[in-house]
Design a binder for this molecule. Sequence first.
Ligand code: MG
Length: 203
Amino acid sequence: MKIICIGLNYLDHISESNNSVPSSPLVFIKPDNALLRNSNPFYYPEFSRDVHYEAELVVRINRVGKHVEKRFASRYYSGVGVGIDFTARDLQQKCREEGLPWEISKGFDHSAPVGKFLKKEDISDINNIKFQLDINGKTVQKGSTLDMIFSIDEIISYVSRFFTLKIGDLIFTGTPAGTGPVNIGDRLCASVNGEVLLDFEIR
Ligand code: MG
């Protein structure tokens, strides 16, 4: 399986990160070794001193798709969950300054914790799915699909032009404002529509 990630999909995060609004979805991929499941602890990697969290709504693909039209895109995912796009910000910055690809800062082992999934049919309003991240009991990020620049359907349509979607692939749909560093001992708790789906510690 693969993990397809969208960057810069919320205006408030684009502002806080001093980026500009993309004209098409910004896409990158994390390898399958990035997955961290079952709310297992995340071990702070030795190669970074500035790992940041980015809470994101995640959809799980349930059928093979290539060149999916937007109007059919909602047929291609069945699960909605939440994940963290961990980013070694110091490594990413260094790669950027050198004009290099920044895969190592985004795709390292366990950089993509993913929680349980809700069934899409159990969600009342796909256009307003709310999610949030609490760290040590304090809410640090809140988002809704309402505020996405590119909708889930637009993302599925766009990425399937380049990458054949396969069953079990995950799409991280971008992070809203409020990203920041994590520290050893932190507890991250992420929910979708008020239901906690991911709850783990930084060790
Ligand atoms: Mg992200």
